[in-house]
Design a binder for this molecule. Structure first.
Ligand SMILES: [Zn+2]
Ligand SMILES: [Zn+2]
Length: 149
């Protein structure tokens, strides 16, 4: 996305265009992953363009409220901001807590019994597993044992 398009994104949502906001949006449009505010601050610091952490916190919250970025809860309960705006599910590694964006074709999600009369508007699915990197270094205890009869 170009800077002009990003600017339009902000304006369409009635948000003021500030330098930190534009830089943040640019970061999200060029980066894949799920980041804590601290990790984002570190990236900007390393790039020689630090953004104060309070400014980051505030703008990330605003972006999230306006649907410009997603939110996902990390392994330790921390909020991570998601750069992928396409509806997707997450696959989390039990061992290293790595998060992967995955696309699932979901079956009919209307609950049976209790909740059957609700209108379902969306679903957040999180799958757990063991990533290939961890499988490669896994000790036998780490891997789920398959029952044999
Ligand atoms: Zn892993
Ligand atoms: Zn994601």
């Amino acid at each position: 996305m170009t800077l002009t398009e990003l600017q339009r994104h902000l304006e369409r949502r009635g948000l003021r265009t500030t330098q930190p906001r534009l830089r943040l949006l640019q970061f999200f449009s060029h980066t894949d992953g799920h980041f804590t505010p601290e990790e984002i601050a570190e990236r900007f610091r390393l790039a020689g363009e630090p953004i104060p952490i309070a400014t980051l916190y505030q703008n990330l919250r605003v972006f999230s409220e306006h649907g410009l970025i997603g939110e996902v809860i990390g392994h330790g309960g921390e909020v991570r901001y998601d750069t992928n705006l396409t509806p997707h599910s997450h696959l989390r590694c039990d061992h290293c807590s790595k998060l992967l964006d995955v696309f699932l074709s979901l079956p009919d999600l209307q609950p049976q019994g209790q909740g059957h009369d609700w209108t379902i508007t969306g679903a957040r699915v999180e799958l757990q597993g063991i990533c290939p990197d961890c499988q490669a270094i896994a000790s036998p205890q780490l891997m789920p044992t398959l029952e044999s009869d």
